[in-house]
Design a protein around this ligand. Sequence first.
Ligand code: NDP
Ligand SMILES: CCCCC/C=C\CC(=O)/C=C/C=C/C=C/[C@@H](O)CCCC(=O)O
Length: 365
Amino acid sequence: MVTAKVWVLKKHFEGFPKPSDFDLKKIELPSLQNGELLLESVFLSVDPYMRPYSQRDMKEGDIMIGTQVARIVESKNPAFAVGAFVVANSGWRSHFISDGKGLHLLPSSWPESLPKSLALGTVGMPGLTAYFGLFEVCKMKPGETVLVNAAAGAVGSVVGQLAKIGGCKVVGCAGSDDKVAYLKKLGFDEAFNYKTVTSLDEALSKASPDGYDCFFDNVGGEFSSVAINHMKKHGRIAVCGAISQYNDSVPQKGPYVQIPMIFKELRMEGFIVTRWNNRREEGQKALLKWVLEVRREGVIFFTVYLHHGLPLCKGGSLVVAGEVRSWYDFLLSDVIFEPFEDTQTILNMPDAFHFTETCDTSLWS
Ligand SMILES: NC(=O)C1=CN([C@@H]2O[C@H](COP(=O)(O)OP(=O)(O)OC[C@H]3O[C@@H](n4cnc5c(N)ncnc54)[C@H](OP(=O)(O)O)[C@@H]3O)[C@@H](O)[C@H]2O)C=CC1
Ligand SMILES: CCCCC/C=C\CC(=O)/C=C/C=C/C=C/[C@@H](O)CCCC(=O)O
């Protein structure tokens, strides 16, 4: 029998987590069943997400969430050999039994000389966050200017280095002079200590006078409210984290949008209509059709016949042949609406069915 040590959340965090919020317990593990494997923890990860996630997902007494690098010490599962290493989202436990689901074997190309702890950092979830946040959300391009806060952290330090590799100018900020020196060593073009600058505005302008194309936001809050004003036109912001708010027992003032944006993975984009100047005619044609045709009557019946596969519409009454069409289709289609008197004739027409849309055109006048 193996005795596992587990760290449980004794009390939900109030403000910063404290050692007294945790309790160390021992659990006797049963013998393995077929298909199961026993793993021993090698590295445990502590990540910022665990602070808000514990509030959202855990109850007091639960084993603390988190990922770990673990070594397989016994296996009755042919897919997992003894001695192999995995990354597991198994919480803070010294040993655990798994059926293999949710275990990620370290890549076979992992060199012996490379510390396996990197599987929880640069070559793990934080590194992947930087990689996908930069390439899929910021969509950074060579020659652009990238801003990243919490830049000396697990995510931010990878963001900065990947952005340099990607041919960008990189500006980072951190909360100590030592970290700023570290950023310069990593190759950041500009770095400043956000805690000691007299003005964040001035620091951001000085670091990049013509602004930023990409902002990789790990911090949220006041920093983001200032930084957004330094973005270039068509700039992109990756709302990665809001660490400035995780330990707030009372939510900070100000309508900070980062938390719902992250949890709901929202996309928010500013725009100006002149962006579509090259599609002006298309839009006006659709709007004209809507004004002149679709909104003409309170109860709308339209007849659409597929004539050689194309919709032929004699407007006034819509009897849709084939699938029910959406208004948007009609607004954009080249269907010409013509006055149509005899609704009864329509109703007897073959291979069609009736699509009636009732709308209050008074709302449109
Ligand atoms: N969306 C996603 O999928 C993921 C999001 N994240 C987020 O990325 C961010 C960074 O994570 P990670 O790199 O792992 O974190 P680290 O723990 O490596 O670094 C966090 C750093 O944030 C800075 N920080 C802490 N509190 C504040 C504050 N109030 N104001 C400004 N900076 C602060 C500190 O550095 P300093 O000295 O500079 O203040 C701290 O060292 C977090 O917000 C995290 O939630 C991380 C992984 C995945
Ligand atoms: C107060 C709300 C804060 C909202 C944003 C919080 C955190 C953003 C962030 O850091 C997200 C990190 C996600 C990490 C995912 C890790 C996985 O490897 C395992 C996660 C465990 C789980 O999803 O249960």
